[in-house]
Design a protein around this ligand. Structure first.
Ligand code: NAD
Length: 303
């Protein structure tokens, strides 16, 4: 069994991002060289003080700084009006000094997440949630910003030397953020997997997951995937981040994935841990999308 080290692979991706950001700042970005002095700039929009959102956005800002990129936090109170939020997004869309815009989910209930995401200019949509970028993903158009978590999964597999072509992939979860785009990316030409998507209404989940050469768990239920649901030699990617009580920790809790790691790992050829698997890749891919957005804004066509 090989443990896929998401932290190490994320560092590889971030080192590449840092180089690209430095090239842009120096005006030597891989293209035609007229891009002098552009520092990639991401704006993170947070509504309210949800503790997980606070820590995710802080982490993204820290990593952006480590990559030599600029970031700005735009903070709204929990009760911000739809009109005020959308007006700010319009202003950020129009600002040429802003290359990437991310609205941290979840939003309070009075706001329509789809409407808010769709207000972001597709060229600055580094989370890849706008209808246009999702459509481009379906059409396999080059240059679409793929959502960061599924893009991170594909990158983890690729850099671990896991071949996806012709393999049976089972994705458990059909969210817009993870399950659905993960299925699309793995189905696309180049990845060439045969993909099955399961969800909360799937009958006999174990019978389907046992068929998987590569199993992606994006459910949000602690240790739902047990050893009997996994084929011997499978590759298992655990996207879940679940907080469970743990009195032995000072915090009183710890994070576990959607996979019963201790029981499943011995059966796997490759498996990701939680934490330290998919999580760091999500942030790394966000940085990669941001540097790509900045490159495109100044006419450098990179990866
Ligand atoms: P979600 O709640 O939007 O979607 C969960 C999906 O799981 C749904 O499609 C649902 O149909 C399916 N599901 C629920 N119960 C099921 C069951 N019993 N059997 C089969 N399918 C079932 O969640 P999400 O946003 O896709 O996130 C999933 C998990 O991944 C969460 O734990 C979340 O915290 C985590 N996550 C991690 C990262 C990361 O960077 N590692 C990023 C995003 C989400």
């Amino acid at each position: 069994m090989t443990l896929i080290d998401g932290n190490a692979i994320a560092q590889e991706v971030l080192a590449e991002v840092k180089q690209r950001a430095a090239a842009l700042a120096a005006g030597t970005g891989a293209g035609d060289g007229d891009a002098a002095g552009v520092v990639p700039h991401a704006v993170f929009v947070r509504v309210g003080d949800d503790p997980a959102s606070v820590s995710y956005v802080a982490k993204k800002q820290r990593v952006a700084a480590e990559c030599g990129m600029r970031s700005t936090l735009v903070l709204f109170p929990e009760n911000v009006s739809r009109d005020e939020l959308l007006a700010r997004l319009d202003a950020l869309n129009a600002d040429p000094a802003v290359h990437g815009i991310l609205v941290q989910a979840p939003l309070p209930r009075h706001l329509d997440e789809t409407e808010v995401f769709n207000r972001i200019s597709p060229a600055k949509d580094v989370d890849g949630f706008t209808s246009l970028n999702v459509g481009r993903l379906v059409q396999e158009q080059p240059g679409a910003f793929a959502p960061c978590t599924p893009a991170g999964i594909v990158e983890l597999l690729r850099r671990s030397g896991v071949v996806t072509a012709g393999k049976r992939v089972v994705v458990v979860g059909r969210s817009l953020i993870v399950g659905k785009p993960a299925a699309l990316l793995l189905l696309a030409r180049g990845a060439d997997a045969t993909v099955t998507v399961c969800h909360s209404r799937t009958a006999d989940l174990g019978a389907v997951t046992r068929e998987a050469d590569i199993l992606v768990a994006a459910i949000g239920k602690p240790r739902l995937i047990t050893a009997d649901m996994v084929k011997e030699g499978a590759v298992v990617i655990d996207v879940g981040i679940n907080r469970v009580p743990d009195p032995s920790r000072k915090s009183g809790h710890r994070l576990v994935g959607d996979v019963d790691f201790d029981a499943v790992a011995p059966k796997c050829s490759f498996i990701t841990p939680v934490p330290g698997g998919v999580g760091p890749m999500t942030v790394a891919m966000l940085m990669r999308n941001t540097v790509a957005a900045a490159e495109r804004a100044v006419g450098v066509f990179g990866a």
